[in-house]
Design a protein around this ligand. Structure first.
Ligand SMILES: Nc1ncnc2c1ncn2[C@@H]1O[C@H](COP(=O)(O)OP(=O)(O)OP(=O)(O)O)[C@@H](O)[C@H]1O
Length: 192
């Protein structure tokens, strides 16, 4: 089977991307690494990570969140060139970050998936978490799917991560069409 080299799950914080990524990793016969910005943030000094998660300024010299996001994107071709398959999850909200990600992935077989969930549910899920500032879900909700087109769109409400993973696997087994990453990149370049 012609598996995608990279599966991107783009959706708001709390939409269920990590749960879906884990279910998909278990289901797929091909091994995929689950790689997210959190994989990078976990390498920060613990107190800096706590500051980030509570929307406090990080005082330490050299801290640059935009640089970390760039590093996250730039690391991807290295993983793919080494032969790894990757499930990537994040809420890409800024046009420049969407363009940077998709530029790095041009030329790779990329399955781009939009992960949706109603705002009211996102706000409920956000309220019980301790690792992100309140209000981020609503901010992301307005931006995350802007200017993007997807190969596949899924909703995490009323359907389990395992069932959504099954639907994605079926899409891959049916010889999935992988046009959305390049279509989205062309659109983002045109928008400037
Ligand atoms: N399909 C689903 N149905 C119901 N609840 C779900 C579903 N998927 C995830 N959840 C719940 O929603 C919460 C957030 O899930 P998850 O961590 O997977 O989201 P996320 O999009 O990866 O968030 P983040 O971007 O912050 O890592 C968790 O409590 C999880 O149990």
């Amino acid at each position: 089977m012609n598996y995608p080299q990279i599966i991107i799950l783009n959706g708001c914080r709390g939409a269920g991307k990590t749960s879906l990524a884990r279910a998909l990793q278990e289901l797929l016969p091909q091994q995929y690494l689950n790689f997210s910005l959190d994989s990078f943030l976990q390498t920060l000094p613990a107190s800096d990570l706590t500051s980030l998660q509570t929307a406090q300024p990080v005082q330490r010299q050299g801290h640059d969140l935009a640089q970390l996001v760039r590093a996250y994107h730039y690391a991807l071709p290295g993983l793919l060139q080494a032969g790894c398959c990757v499930i990537l999850d994040h809420a890409w909200c800024e046009r420049i970050q969407k363009r940077e990600l998709l530029t790095e992935l041009a030329g790779y077989r990329c399955l781009l998936i939009g992960v949706h969930c109603d705002l009211a549910v996102l706000v409920e899920r956000e309220a019980v978490r301790k690792d992100c500032p309140i209000g981020m879900a609503a901010w992301e909700y307005e931006r995350v799917h802007q200017d993007m087109s997807y190969d596949l769109e899924i909703n995490t409400m009323g359907i389990s991560p395992e069932d959504n993973a099954n639907n994605i696997y079926k899409y891959i087994q049916d010889g999935c069409i992988l046009n959305a990453a390049i279509d989205s990149l062309e659109n983002l370049i045109m928008l400037g």
